[in-house]
Design a protein around this ligand. Sequence first.
Ligand code: RP5
Length: 169
Amino acid sequence: MSGKMPPTVAIVMGSEKDYEVMKKAQEVLDEFGVSYEVRVISAHRTPQFCQEFAIAAAERGIKVIIAGAGKAAHLAGVIASWTTIPVIGVPLAGGMVGIDALFSTVQMPAGVPVACMAVGKAGAVNGALFAVAILALEDSGLRKRLAEFRAKQGEKVKEKDAKFYHGKD
Ligand code: RP5
């Protein structure tokens, strides 16, 4: 958990091995000062634990869940089936360059949505940014930080453009 604040976001991954990618989500939440917890919960290997986590999450004050998993990536969908908290799925490139996990995450049948991000690190970063955007709906300070982040990101692109267009270093 970040600091002493109770977590508002849960970053959940299907395997410890997923952390190398999912730590990108953690880094973004740190940057925005959003409290979180990082969990290893498998939809397949610990089905009951997964169910208990998802059911208890809302009462524990969790507002958004980011779930990263590879291969037959059911984690996000299974968690979403047990809670109405928004669930953001991050497909990981564990096998078949992530196409398997992408389809598993994005193809939720109607009724239980999962917000599917890009495969891998971009998805982990965007998962955290999407969580920040959801939390920012009720937090003007966070909304301001998100706008500043976007502006700074845009400035970096303009610096690169100037370098190529004007030959500046
Ligand atoms: C998924 O299967 C995990 O999210 C992980 O990406 C993948 C493989 O897990 P391990 O068998 O390597 O632990 O459940």
